[in-house]
Design a protein around this ligand. Structure first.
Ligand code: ADP
Ligand code: MG
Ligand code: MG
Length: 522
């Protein structure tokens, strides 16, 4: 971050060195005591005795103060979450729509193609699962809109919608807890008398955030739905499996969710799945068994979202084993594909058809408008549509490209190309594969200042805050003929505020350039 002149920043309160030290000490202790922590990176671990290394935890990078966030924008993001949950539950059930989307990106995207092949294989033998669980997170930046009359207003714009392994729900509730604690204790003691209001407890409007518990409640509900709807073929107790990555550093985020569930939960590394689980051969309903001792009711994937989780054929066999089982999957292949940037683009791009793609899924005009207000401009890079041909021109133009970010169909951060890197990157991609990308207008939020504590050091300066709203949703699959709503559960599930220095283009906390934050509503 650029170093900012403290005197011109009304927020956060100016703090001297002694006060900074006090705050840092309070944050470090609170973080470890409350599991606002990650495992240290390999560099730290390798300098430590092996037996000690596996027990280490360190505080997550976090802002010293909750960042100011427009109240109306926060309310809007929360207000639209259930509409988003329902939209993505519906998209997940529209196989022909998703197959068209996959066909458009398939040429340049082996990963999505392979993923789809898993779905096709299970479809050919027949799916046996009855319900699906979505644990979603819709991410936004605040956009300052100026009308033609010259007035401006703040509007959330969606960055992306995550349908697989949406992380930090466990830690974000804790981050809200940390800032609430500081607002009661440390902030009122700050000497910044010129900003006495800012340092007073009353200056902080910190909404409750129980994201970890709310996500756990979604998993718990899915577990109960399975227990109610699947008659027993065996005497085995039932469990939930968290499918995780090997060497996961963000383990405490997941543990917060695990420990809030009232059912047996087991963590299985993706690479061990075929060893630790099997399909019960005696059951026609393809029960998934864990160590032949539990029947798996729900598989919650915190792995499997990107190519690096599939280093060999056995990883694809593992994914197939989950997909064909009767366990409730979070997510299925269909739901994972529903979360691609291509789907987001197809919903956002205005169409010439009388009924837009969004309109096919959301009949209610008001709901449709509420969703559309949160869309940024996103374009395909195809050659068939006028929007696609226009986007191809912009993407190659050294001036026009500065307004955009180019995204492939990938998750987990670090995959996008920004501004002038767009034309350079596209030159390395065969033109027939450009349609596996989407082109999105950059959202530029109003400037905010804060201090970030990372690895014991405090960084100061301009920051960009990305809001995520979690949602949990359970729906019934198949049986087209049954009447009534197929949605059994549809809840908003707390929020995440992730903050990065304003010089950084990507903001993933795990990727190392972001930090945890909470909202101070203004
Ligand atoms: P991923 O699925 O890898 O997280 P995202 O679409 O969320 O991909 O992009 C990663 C990051 O890039 C976001 O967290 C955000 O910081 C930045 N970003 C993405 N799209 C935009 C945009 N339209 N405007 C500004 N920043 C963006
Ligand atoms: Mg994502
Ligand atoms: Mg993202």
């Amino acid at each position: 971050m650029a170093s900012a002149d403290r005197s011109d920043a009304a927020y956060p309160p100016a703090v001297d060195d002694a006060e900074t030290d006090q705050l840092v000490l309070a944050i470090k202790d609170w973080s470890i005591t409350n599991g606002l922590a990650v495992r240290p990176p390999p560099a730290v671990v390798s300098t430590t005795q092996a037996e000690l290394a596996s027990t280490l935890a360190m505080p997550v990078p976090v802002t010293l103060f909750p960042s100011p966030f427009p109240r109306s924008c926060f309310a809007e993001a929360q207000g639209v979450q259930q509409a988003y949950n329902e939209l993505y539950a519906k998209i997940s059930q529209d196989e022909s729509f998703l197959s068209r989307v996959v066909a458009e990106v398939a040429g340049g995207d082996d990963f999505t193609t392979r993923l789809w092949a898993v779905h096709e294989r299970v479809k050919a033998e027949g799916y046996v699962h009855k319900h699906s669980l979505g644990i979603f997170r819709s991410d936004y930046l605040v956009h300052q809109e100026t009308t033609e009359a010259g007035s401006s207003h703040l509007q959330i714009k969606q960055v992306e919608f995550n349908t697989i392994a949406a992380s930090f729900g466990g830690l974000s509730g804790q981050t809200s807890g940390l800032h609430k604690f500081l607002a009661k204790t440390a902030y009122p003691l700050l000497q910044d008398s010129s900003k006495a209001d800012a340092a007073a407890t009353s200056a902080y409007s910190l909404p409750d955030n129980t994201s970890g518990k709310d996500i756990a409640a979604g998993l718990q509900a899915a577990y109960e739905v399975y227990n109610r709807s699947e008659t027993s073929h065996n005497d085995l107790p039932r469990c939930i499996v968290f499918l995780v990555q090997d060497g996961e550093r963000n383990v405490f985020d997941q543990r917060h969710i695990e420990y809030a569930i009232d059912a047996p939960v087991f963590r299985v590394p993706f690479s061990q799945l075929l060893k630790e689980t099997s399909i019960d051969a005696s059951s026609p309903r393809r029960r998934l068994l864990y160590r032949a001792a539990f029947e798996v009711a729900v598989v919650y994937m915190r792995a499997g979202y990107g190519p690096s989780d599939y280093p060999d054929e056995s990883a694809w066999d593992a994914r197939y084993q989950i997909e064909r089982s009767s366990a409730i999957k979070c997510p299925t292949v269909l739901t994972q594909v529903a979360g691609t940037k291509k789907v987001q683009q197809v919903l956002a791009t205005p169409s010439e058809a009388t009924v837009s793609e969004l309109g096919r899924f959301v009949a209610d005009a008001e709901r449709q408008a509420a969703l559309r207000r949160t869309f940024a401009n996103i374009y395909p890079l195809d050659t068939m549509s006028p929007a696609g041909r226009q986007a191809r021109e912009w993407a190659q133009d050294p001036t026009a490209c500065r307004k955009f970010v180019l995204k492939p169909q990938r998750e987990g951060g670090g995959n996008n190309y920004y501004k002038d890197k767009i034309p350079t990157h596209l030159q390395t991609v065969p033109v027939e594969h450009w349609s596996s990308y989407i082109l999105m207008e950059l959202i530029t939020p109003p400037p905010v200042a804060n201090l970030i504590l990372r690895n014991g050091h405090v960084e100061r300066g301009g920051v960009i805050c990305e809001l995520g709203i979690y949602g949990t949703c359970i729906w019934r699959n198949g049986d087209e003929t049954s009447s009534g709503s197929r949605i059994l559960r549809n809840e908003a599930a707390g929020y995440l505020l992730r903050t990065k220095g304003d010089q950084s283009e990507e903001g993933g906390v795990a990727a190392g350039f972001g930090c945890m934050d909470s909202v101070n509503l203004v």
